[in-house]
Design a protein around this ligand. Structure first.
Ligand SMILES: [Zn+2]
Length: 258
């Protein structure tokens, strides 16, 4: 009788299955720190929803003007805003707001909540998307400070928006409190338990990432191919939903018992 060899390393944990996100809504607002944040996975889901006739609006907290090493922010801002507008267009999004807060040095706090709450009051979405705001993207892949500030502020701002006594100076003219956001979804979170089947809209997602050509060039990632990268990611997530390609979200229900 022989003794079975001990495994050299722990067996990887089976990834948890993902539940589909709800689709019984009409209006979504996506609030992210930088142009390109939605395009590393989330945009294919946006293409699916706009294809269903839903209205999706993008809000960029910064213009990503500190994102290209060889280009001064004054020039970079114009380039990146134009790339984001095109990137939105290819997934059916025609409204892109730029809050023009400073790239790289965003701070979580009342001013950021105020700016995002105004967007929520203006667009009156039922669901709000944001970027992953956990400390990492999984393992030791550290998240970035602007993403963490933006996601946390977004989660708070959707509740601020519903309270008429918070930022009351915004409530002039037609602008009313808006407490109609039922869920916030953070794209690419390592804590994701939900997903969206993007098998049919994957190509639009790739086109939206390719629209960030100057930014991707500036990164200088040798041999980076948007299609290959997004497909690798999409297949992994797809396995957790039993579909070919999917994108993952962490879901934060608002109110009690959601
Ligand atoms: Zn970013």
């Amino acid at each position: 009788m022989t003794t079975p060899p001990l495994p050299r390393e722990p067996l990887p944990l089976e990834p948890l299955p993902l539940e589909p996100l709800r689709e019984d809504w009409e209006r979504a607002l996506c609030v992210v720190a930088h142009p390109d944040d939605l395009e590393f996975g989330g945009a294919a889901a946006v293409a699916r929803w706009t294809g269903q006739g839903k209205q999706v609006v993008y809000c960029m907290v910064t213009s990503g003007e500190a994102g290209i090493d060889g280009l001064h922010p004054d020039e970079c801002r114009t380039v990146r805003e134009a790339e984001q507008v095109e990137s939105a267009r290819v997934v059916g999004v025609t409204t892109v707001d730029f809050l023009r807060l400073p790239d790289g040095v965003l701070e979580y706090g009342v001013p950021l909540r105020r700016a995002i709450a105004a967007e929520v009051r203006r667009h009156r979405p039922e669901v709000v998307l944001t970027n992953n705001f956990r400390d990492t993207f999984g393992g030791s892949n550290l998240n970035q400070a602007d993403h963490i500030a933006t996601g946390r502020a977004t989660l708070d701002a959707v509740r601020d928006a519903g309270n008429r006594w918070v930022f009351p100076d915004q409530l002039v003219g037609d602008l009313e409190p808006w407490g109609g956001v039922s869920e916030v979804w953070a794209a690419g979170s390592p804590e994701a338990r939900h997903g969206v089947d993007v098998t049919d809209t994957f190509e639009a997602g790739v086109a939206s990432l390719r629209a960030h050509a100057a930014y991707l060039d500036g990164l200088g990632w040798e041999g980076f191919d948007p299609a290959e990268f997004l497909e690798g990611l999409g297949r992994q997530v797809g396995q957790r939903m039993g579909v070919a390609l999917a994108t993952a979200f962490e879901r934060f229900p608002l109110g009690w018992g959601g």
